[in-house]
Design a protein around this ligand. Structure first.
Ligand code: PLP
Length: 610
């Protein structure tokens, strides 16, 4: 949006201005007798002040400016589009320099970018970077984009495994405050006390919630938490003289990130089978553990499982792996089914990541930023991530930084802080129970129309349920894609498709949906089942029916001729004309074809030849 609003000309003028500030700053320092290390620069000046760098930085701080203490002889100063001449004067003052004629200095100072490095080629040539230049135009562009989106403000988002719960306004509000949003990741700890107290509170609360002894908030995603957790396990094995332990067992049902993280952490992945109930095949696990008793590093399991069930063998799995010298990683992405009911750190796990952008209300529809903290038991605590530029961010013996910033995506932590603070222990527990009840309600209501694939003891699911469409597809030709797309005509967002089992839909309602919305979803699914039956009975051909042709756009509705065996009304108002309505902007696209045929709008490589 920054690029859309400013376009290439705006970005160039912003960069030019930042550069001008830096060159004038450097010229003023030189005039005052301070050494500047680089004659050619863009936005950053490195000043040389033998032996007095700390003094300069302290003086600047008194004046309200944080400069970078590079070492005892050097100070780094970066300018950006918010830098003003008043800032330059403050910095000069910190160095003991007085510039009397700033205008003259500005006029006399040459550019610091050597001609050979200047960009002459065009960039951001796409029309979108040239069309929206006023606030009204940008506002309308944003609105037009959001109209194409089906977000939580229009429908429940039943994406199983994603935990698309409400991001409450009160939780979100504080992240817009400059005290949080304007804080530099390397600001001195003394200038970040508010944020650091949120960090400390959250670390303690998450430890209490999970039953672990220590927590690191540094990882920026669940997958990064997995990586950090596995690094801790590897470091622990090495510290015990068992560097050879490098095998990571992963059940076939696991989220794809588990195996990817294990490989990144330098481990060898061995897959453990699942039985036809979707549970870990205990005989296969026993055999695999025995086979790898010398090189077993860890097992990564998910609890409740990605199949949406509380597997009752979890304690036994942990015991088996521990007896063979391995560590247990429990993927905590499904913590929304567990808070207040059980604690990973107490039933046999050594380390877990949590997804604050799932369970703890940070919005994550657009792909981030996220927070994937890890909790560990005390023997792994010395191997949590740390940071060379911020000793307080982790243990001295830690595995090093796994994110650029000491506390990761710290500026969004107020969201999760507010959630826990407002819910309290009792509220969090009730949220879990409500989420589990909602999933079981959907499962019970829909089972006779779309069989629920996996259930645990007593016929219950955890916080999500998998609807099995494979039999329906075989009998009628109607696929999961057809059902997912048809839900848009009913004014609803689709569930997760074909994960973790191909040909199924996984529904996770979360605690945020009331009974009316759960019923709207179930009613739509039941109505869709009746439509499927009309295809199954031969009334509608398999390649021309409201399901296969879904979603229906306003454009397709108003075509001159309507040649389908169902009415226009059936196409776009299946839930009635007064029901909440979504008008999808496009009809179905060929997803597989799109994935396999990259459309590149960049110039060909030959264009880069001199
Ligand atoms: C979401 C998820 C992850 C990965 O988390 P990211 O934050 O997307 O990296 C890992 N495991 C499970 C079970 C998940 O649902």
């Amino acid at each position: 949006m920054y690029a859309v609003y400013h376009g290439p000309d705006g970005l160039r003028s912003i960069a030019t201005r930042a550069h001008r500030m830096a060159t004038v700053l450097a010229a003023g320092l030189c005039e005052g007798g301070v050494g500047v290390v680089h004659g050619e620069l863009f936005d950053t000046v490195l000043a040389e002040v033998p032996g007095t760098a700390a003094e300069v930085v302290a003086k600047a701080r008194e004046l309200g400016v944080n400069l970078r203490l590079v070492d005892e002889n050097h100070v780094g100063i970066a300018c950006d589009e918010t830098t003003t001449r008043e800032h330059l004067s403050q910095v000069w003052q910190a160095f003991g320099v007085t510039v009397s004629d700033v205008d003259g200095l500005d006029a006399d100072t040459a550019d610091g970018i050597p001609p050979a490095l200047r960009r002459t080629s065009e960039f951001l040539t796409h029309p979108v970077f040239h069309q929206h230049r006023s606030e009204t135009a940008l506002l309308r562009y944003l609105r037009a984009l959001s109209d194409k989106d089906v977000a939580l403000d229009r429908s429940m988002i039943p994406l199983g495994s994603c935990t698309m719960k409400l991001n409450a306004t009160t939780e979100m509000e504080a992240v817009t405050w400059p005290e949080f949003s304007g804080l530099h990741p390397f600001a001195p700890a003394g200038d970040a006390e508010g944020l650091l107290s949120i960090v400390t509170d959250l670390e303690q609360w998450l430890a209490e919630i999970t039953g672990y002894d220590a927590v690191s908030l540094q990882p920026n995603a669940g997958s990064q938490g997995e990586f950090a957790g596995l690094l801790a396990i590897r470091a622990y094995h090495r510290s015990q003289g068992h560097g050879e332990r490098d095998v990571c067992l992963i059940p076939a049902s696991a989220h794809g990130t588990n195996a990817a993280s294990a490989v990144m952490a330098g481990m060898r992945v061995v897959v453990v089978k699942c039985d036809d109930q979707g549970n870990i095949d205990m005989d296969h696990l026993r055999a695999t553990v025995a086979e790898h008793s010398d090189d077993l590093a860890a097992i990564m399991i998910t609890y409740p499982s990605t199949h949406g069930v509380y597997e009752d063998t979890v304690g036994e799995v942990c015991g088996l792996v521990h007896d063979a010298g391995g560590q247990v990683y429990v993927d905590g992405a499904n913590l929304n089914a567990l808070i207040g009911l059980a604690q990973y750190g107490k039933f046999g796990s050594d380390v877990s990541h949590l997804n604050l952008h799932k369970t703890f209300c940070i919005p994550h529809g657009g792909g981030g930023p996220g927070v994937g903290p890890i909790g560990v038991r005390s023997h792994l605590a010395p191997f949590l991530p740390n940071h060379p530029l911020q000793p307080a961010a982790g243990p001295e013996t830690g595995v090093g930084p796994i994110s650029a910033a000491p506390w990761g995506s710290a500026s969004i932590l107020p969201i999760s802080w507010a959630y826990v603070r407002m819910m309290g222990a009792d509220g969090l527990r009730r949220a879990t129970l409500t989420a589990v009840a909602a999933a079981n309600y959907v499962a019970r209501r829909l089972d006779e129309y779309f069989p629920v694939l996996y259930v645990g003891e007593g016929g219950f699911v955890a916080h999500e349920c998998i609807l099995d469409l494979r039999g329906i597809t075989k009998a009628t030709g109607v696929t999961v894609d057809d059902v997912a797309k048809r839900l848009a005509d009913y004014g609803l967002h689709a569930p997760t498709m074909s994960f973790p089992v191909a040909g199924t839909l996984m529904v996770e309602p979360t605690e945020s949906e009331d009974l009316a919305e759960l019923d709207r979803f179930c009613d739509a699914m039941i109505a869709i089942r009746r439509e499927i039956d009309r295809v199954g009975s031969g009334e509608w051909p398999v390649d021309d029916n409201p399901l296969r042709n879904a979603p229906h756009t306003a454009a397709c509705l108003t075509e001159q001729e309507w040649k389908h065996p169902y009415t226009r009304h059936e196409a776009v108002f299946p839930a009635g004309v007064n029901a909440p309505k979504i008008w999808p902007p496009v009809r179905r696209i060929d997803g597989a074809k799109g994935d396999r045929n990259l459309v590149c709008s960049c110039p060909p490589m030959e264009a880069y030849q001199s």
